[in-house]
Design a protein around this ligand. Structure first.
Ligand code: SAH
Ligand code: SF4
Length: 367
């Protein structure tokens, strides 16, 4: 059977090489070629013996998901749509800033958790992404961006992606093993060497999996809170019925014992008239009293028939100030890449309809 080498972390590659009588340092060399040099063609791996290259040629491939569409926004935000099978699309977004480059990565096609304000959730669950499809998003981004000059500085950067956020499509902790393996490759100095503090998993609050992440691969954690009490959260983040807020807050405290940062980021989508009132901000303060945290307020990004509206700026300002006055650090997510629909958290909702209609439209646009 042909092995896709992007599915393997260094330990997996070493085992695979061992089974073929090859030494661990050979696996390391190939791993460097794949992830540091971005080379997919075995013929270009010049310091590898010809006999091994031939063996690889026969038994392995290097296959990242196929790009069906790539677009750059006027503000430099870059979006890729990847084709991951008939009528399935996932999206990846690169957001360049002065001091960093953040890649927003998807973990599943669709999502089973059905948060009511999320277009991915509305579309239902299709399947988990493989390791190769997850790490392949970074592989494509890192190696295509590094050939291009930075739009502000004009410089070519060897490593344009400095930060990864698992905030694209899907619930990363519901695809636990593949996500953890892909995170390991992101952190590995033999591959991308990203710092744990610069890799963030965003979860809607799968409590047992949060504990497992702390044990297996403690990276920065963002928790999608979105409501300050169980009654409201049950409605908009249905997984809350299984893992209610008291359990979620306790899991956050446990996570912090292992976390590379000393705070949790709480994401809070602002839905006009639903969760954006002053009393909600005050309840949040009481709820999170024992959890060192920051808040990231995200204005709702509307989509057709969502039934929700974006909050106006005045209620958002009041909400933010109540939290800030209580001593919280609060950021408001800037909307980037508006013209290419690249806001994190609602990626590909429009392209992954199962009939493939929208996929066809995208292909037509791309052509
Ligand atoms: N499943 C994970 C990660 C993907 S979603 C999670 O829920 O955390 C990334 C973020 O985007 C989450 O905080 C999510 O709640 C938010 N999001 C989803 N739909 C949104 C929308 N329509 N507008 C604004 N943010 C949204
Ligand atoms: Fe899934 Fe996250 Fe969307 Fe909820 S917000 S449906 S967990 S992708």
């Amino acid at each position: 059977m042909t092995q896709n080498l992007l599915d393997l972390d260094l330990a997996g590659l070493t085992t695979w090489f061992g089974e073929r009588g090859e030494k661990p340092f050979r696996a390391r060399q190939v791993f460097h070629w794949l992830h540091q040099a971005g080379v997919a063609d075995f013929a270009q791996m010049t310091d590898i013996a010809k006999s091994l290259r031939e063996k690889l040629q026969q038994q392995a491939v290097v296959q990242a998901p196929a790009i069906s569409y790539a677009h750059t926004s006027t503000d430099g935000t870059r979006k890729w749509l990847f084709d991951v099978g008939v009528a399935n699309g996932i999206e990846t977004v690169f957001i360049p800033e002065d001091d960093r480059g953040t890649l927003c990565v998807s973990s599943q096609v669709g999502c089973a958790l059905e948060c009511t304000f999320c277009s991915t959730g509305r579309q239902g669950f299709n399947r988990n992404l493989t390791v190769a499809e997850i790490i392949g998003q970074l592989w494509v981004a890192q190696h295509s961006l590094k050939t291009e000059p930075n739009r502000t500085t004009g410089e070519i950067s060897e490593r344009p992606v400095t930060n990864v956020v698992m905030m694209g499509m899907g619930e990363p902790l519901a695809n636990f093993e593949n996500v953890v393996t892909a995170l390991g490759i992101m952190l590995d100095d033999h591959a991308y060497g990203l710092s744990r503090r610069r890799v963030t998993v965003s979860t809607s609050g799968l409590v047992p999996a949060m504990d497992r992440l702390a044990e297996r691969c403690p990276v920065a954690l963002a928790v999608s809170l979105h409501a300050p009490n169980d009654a409201l959260r049950d409605q908009i983040v249905p997984i809350n019925k299984k893992y209610p807020l008291a359990e979620l807050m306790a899991a956050c405290r446990r996570y912090l014992v292992h976390a590379p940062r000393d705070f949790i980021t709480f994401e809070y989508v602002m839905l006009a008239g639903v969760n954006d009132q002053p009393e909600h901000a005050r309840q949040l303060i009481a709820l999170t009293r024992d959890v060192p945290c920051k808040f990231n307020l995200i204005p709702f990004n509307p989509f057709p028939d969502s039934g929700y509206e974006k909050p106006r700026s005045e209620p958002m300002r009041v909400f933010r100030e109540i939290l800030q006055d209580a001593g919280y650090v609060v950021t408001t997510r800037k909307t980037r890449g508006d013209d290419i629909d690249a806001a994190c958290g609602q990626l590909a909702g429009k392209v992954a309809d199962k009939s493939g209609r929208v996929m066809k439209r995208i292909h037509k646009e791309a052509a």
